[in-house]
Design a protein around this ligand. Sequence first.
Ligand code: FES
Length: 134
Amino acid sequence: MSENDADQARWQRIERPLEGQVTSFDLKATLVLSTGKQIEISEQGVLVCYQGELRAWRNRCPHAGSPLDWNPGRFFTEEGDLLVCHTHGALFNPLSGDCLSGPCPRGLFPIEVKEERDEILVPLSADDGDAPDY
Ligand code: FES
């Protein structure tokens, strides 16, 4: 396998969401437990389209680790300008991931997005260097 093939094997193609919408995708991740033990888990990422820009985030709230959309598929506020965690109501800027309101100690966990020849690519695995611990 060439280096280019190996790099391509790290990515998955996903559908571009419409403006103000989200496309969810599966993601492998490493969870670091408080004991220091690491376990592999499956979780979701979300690709957000807002003001024509694409951003991908782990679907895990930085407050308590809940999926943002306990009400499946609902990520934006009613006004459509912020992402919301439905567990305790934290609000996030959809482009920067910054937490603007709520109990979160930090913003959303970013995922790389590539656009190549009209295709949207996101990684198959989360970056372990940014793995949240719970
Ligand atoms: S788990 Fe998201 S605000 Fe508490």
